[in-house]
Design a protein around this ligand. Structure first.
Ligand code: FES
Length: 130
């Protein structure tokens, strides 16, 4: 049995609430056949998560450099994936990586804000005012 490739993954954790700890950076070595979140936790890191199956975006990161493979990232549109966002709970490293944690509300806004934000959904509804 061959040994999986390993990659160096640097994770910048942004504080999201006033009670969160200050910004911190972790660097770990992750085998290419392990989910990054799962492996980081096995190394004692505390990272944001909720569903653990690629649906909720709590574990979303922006990729600053490198590549991931995330075929199960259902919670992230292909457009956002192409813009460099990833879900660590279902991401495999495919190179050395540097990533930054994201606010899940910001990611939601990026995905859906242009459809549901600022009342623009009214464009699809009949309005009586006219
Ligand atoms: S923890 Fe929900 S998408 Fe990763």
């Amino acid at each position: 049995m061959s040994t999986p490739q390993t990659y160096t993954v640097t994770i910048h954790v942004r504080p999201l609430k006033s009670e969160d700890p200050p910004p911190r950076t972790y660097t770990i070595t992750v085998p290419s056949d392990r989910y990054i979140l799962q492996h980081a936790e096995s190394q004692g890191l505390e990272l944001p998560f909720s569903c653990r199956n690629g649906a909720c975006t709590t574990c979303a990161v922006r990729i600053l450099s490198g590549h991931v493979y995330q075929p199960e990232a259902m919670g992230l549109s292909p457009a956002l994936q192409a813009q460099g966002y990833a879900l660590l709970c279902v991401s495999y490293a495919r190179s050395d990586l540097e990533v930054e944690t994201q606010d899940e509300d910001e990611v939601y806004e990026l995905q859906f804000g242009r459809y549901f934000g600022k009342g623009r959904v009214q464009l699809g509804l009949p309005l009586d005012e006219d």
